[in-house]
Ligand binder design. Sequence first.
Ligand SMILES: Nc1ncnc2c1ncn2[C@@H]1O[C@H](COP(=O)(O)OP(=O)(O)OP(=O)(O)O)[C@@H](O)[C@H]1O
Ligand SMILES: O=P(O)(O)OC[C@H]1O[C@](O)(CO)[C@@H](O)[C@@H]1O
Ligand SMILES: [Mg+2]
Length: 340
Amino acid sequence: MKIGILTSGGDCPGLNAVIRGAVIKGDSIYGHEFLGIKDGFKGLVLDKISKLPRKQVRGLAKQGGTILGTSRIGPFEHGGSERVKEVMAKHGMDAVIAIGGEGTLTVARMLHEDGIPIVGVPKTIDNDLSATDYTFGFDTAVSIATESIDRLRTTAESHHRCMVVEVMGRHVGWIALHAGLASGAHAVLIPEVPVTIEQIAGWVKATVTRGRAPVVCVAEGFTLKGDQDVVAKGGVDGMGRPRLGGIGEQLTPLIEELTGIETRCTTLGHLQRGGVPTAYDRVLATRFGIAAVDAVTKKKWGTMVALRGTDIQSVHLSDATHEVKSVPYARWEEAAILFG
Ligand SMILES: Nc1ncnc2c1ncn2[C@@H]1O[C@H](COP(=O)(O)OP(=O)(O)OP(=O)(O)O)[C@@H](O)[C@H]1O
Ligand SMILES: O=P(O)(O)OC[C@H]1O[C@](O)(CO)[C@@H](O)[C@@H]1O
Ligand SMILES: [Mg+2]
């Protein structure tokens, strides 16, 4: 078979490990050939496609980013399914492996419904995809955020300051919850659980009373109780969605005003998506790549590979995209025992 691979949506540590896993298994076990599609679905409709031989994936398990490039441009802006079929026929491409988040997998489902042979691989640092226990990239993002908070804590303690740390998490607070728990943050603020500024100030003051320098870990999609809109200072993306970032900066003067404690803000932003994946993410991504090529070989069109417990399984793309995987209230409540 001749298989096209693309990466779409935001990049994520581990994308290259998926590509490597798929190409090595496909080449060595099944004798498949691979085509690299440039910059996501954009390359599929604009015909930016080239051979992806095994030698090109050497040493990729540890390499951050994606050698194929990515974009947030879908196929429907440029001819849709008919154009995809035309380009695939031109290259003799039998199937597509699409690696991406909820948007990419939604597009993959739509292309599948139009008769295109496609298999999905879930990626996101946010860990917000249903139907898989974890996505690769999440562990790396949590590790980077945890190390950053550990570092911020020593400077905070020296200056007797409060530190606000903003992490990614557009719809869900998984990164904030895990990094906050791992680093001993004194408040974790997530989109699923709005709280008041008075409550946040209460946790900060309680921490100072115990002689510690408070750390507040906030997800970019958090809103204060009563507020409707998330804070977004970066305009909108190609789909008209707000570019988040700014809630940490907004909370900082409010905390300072209510507590009288000098407060600083650090927004981690894309640092959480850059650089080498952790060992956990390399393993998960490699297993996803291997399983995706197995699914293609078995013609399991319209499915996605997923982690269930310790097994990699195939699930329908619609199972992965019908709702985001939020942090259950009980998980936040469990962490909240440690606040203040
Ligand atoms: N419902 C949809 N209908 C048509 N096209 C879509 C839809 N959702 C997403 N797309 C297209 O797919 C692209 C990829 O989606 P998106 O930008 O949300 O990335 P993603 O795969 O979800 O990754 P990330 O987790 O980084 O957001 C979008 O930019 C858009 O062009
Ligand atoms: O890289 P961009 O396009 O600014 O996207 C940022 C968004 O992507 C994510 O990293 C993953 O969906 C979100 O956490 C964040 O809001
Ligand atoms: Mg998305």
